[in-house]
Design a protein around this ligand. Structure first.
Ligand code: TXA
Ligand code: MG
Length: 311
């Protein structure tokens, strides 16, 4: 098959990964840019394709909690609780890495990020490969994450060996990242598993203290090309729309009425604004609970990124 081909052939995807290839890989959160975690050359290609700094570590996707334990030299009690409760699912734990985890995967850190995705096709590939799959989101560094195979094709089609189409992502936002490697457990990135849910089972700090290598922490991230403005309610969005200059095209996107549904569509809608040549997207924020917290996190970062671009 030629580069950029897209299809539903899991056996082919497994073969490409075994041979050191890089594929578009479906999960329930967003599509990943995947390589066998045991193959340093293939993992290096992920960084080249994505244009990502090499010290930004990748998430290793695994088939089960049992397998995940082997990836850590010091599997923590908190990782065990979170894995047992929320895997397979949109949750990533950071733990002390096992000795044999390649430094390309961890960006030179002594910790590794692990996740068991809740997606039948992803799990089938993981079972077939019998090893971990390293994968960041399958977008160029700093840009909007892909939630369909077609998004991956549009962004990276000519650079990957295959795109495995597993349908549109059911969550649509990147996983919650929880640092379980230190005494104080911290959420580094909000996501599909909310702070409220996690704090029912573990004492967890929401605020990140000190520098983090979670790239979503950078100022400009998840950003579309158009100017993105976030507002608190629909009225505010309407008044803003009315003050637009005649030669400017603006579009209101309402994220407040059904946040769970909106999460599945948010990245598609931002991409659509760019495809339609919209100058400004005015997005109504949901309230900051449950998945709303993660949506606000992504939108505020995307809005910040868009401000620094000239349009
Ligand atoms: O839902 C997801 O998490 C998706 C799907 C494909 O699984 N993946 C994803 O990967 O969002 P990526 O690379 O776009 O974001 C992973 C984040 C990065 O910000 C990275 O810096 C952080 O996880 N990360 C990975 N390993 C880490 C570590 N050892 N310590 C701190 N942060 C880490
Ligand atoms: Mg990403």
């Amino acid at each position: 098959m030629k580069p950029g081909s897209i299809g539903t052939d899991t056996d082919h995807a497994i073969e490409v990964l075994r041979n050191g290839g890089v594929i578009g890989f479906p999960t329930e959160t967003v599509y990943g840019l995947a390589a066998a975690a045991s193959n340093s050359v293939a993992v290096n290609r992920i960084f080249e394709i994505k244009g990502r700094p090499r010290n930004h570590p990748l998430i290793v996707h695994l088939n089960s909690l049992t397998e995940a334990r082997h990836w850590s030299a010091d599997w923590s009690a908190s990782a065990e609780i979170l894995g047992a409760l929320f895997w397979p699912g949109p949750l990533t734990v950071i733990v002390t890495k096992a000795l044999n985890v390649h430094q390309e995967v961890t960006g030179g850190l002594e910790t590794v990020a692990l996740r068991v995705p809740n997606h039948a096709v992803a799990l089938e590939v993981l079972r077939g490969l019998e090893g971990g799959i390293a994968a960041p989101s399958a977008n160029k560094f700093g840009k909007v994450s892909p939630t369909t195979a077609e998004h991956v094709l549009a962004d990276l089609g000519s650079e990957v060996d295959y795109i495995l189409d597993g349908g549109p992502c059911s969550i649509g936002l990147e996983s919650t990242i929880v640092d379980c490697s230190a005494n104080t457990i911290q959420i580094l990135r909000p996501g599909g598993i909310s702070h409220e849910l996690i704090s029912q089972v573990l004492p967890v700090a929401e605020q990140v203290t000190g520098p983090s290598r979670a790239s979503g922490m950078l100022d400009s991230h998840y950003a579309p090309i158009c100017r993105l403005t976030v507002v608190a309610n629909v009225n505010e969005a309407q008044s803003l729309l009315e003050t637009q200059a005649a030669n400017q095209q603006a579009r209101i996107i309402d994220g407040s009425s059904d946040p769970t549904l909106f999460a599945t569509q948010m990245y598609s809608q931002l991409r659509q604004c760019d495809d339609d040549g919209i100058d400004q997207a005015i997005v109504v924020l949901p309230s900051p609970n449950g998945i709303g917290h993660a949506i606000r996190d992504r939108l505020l970062k995307a809005a910040h990124g868009a401000q620094s671009q000239s349009h």
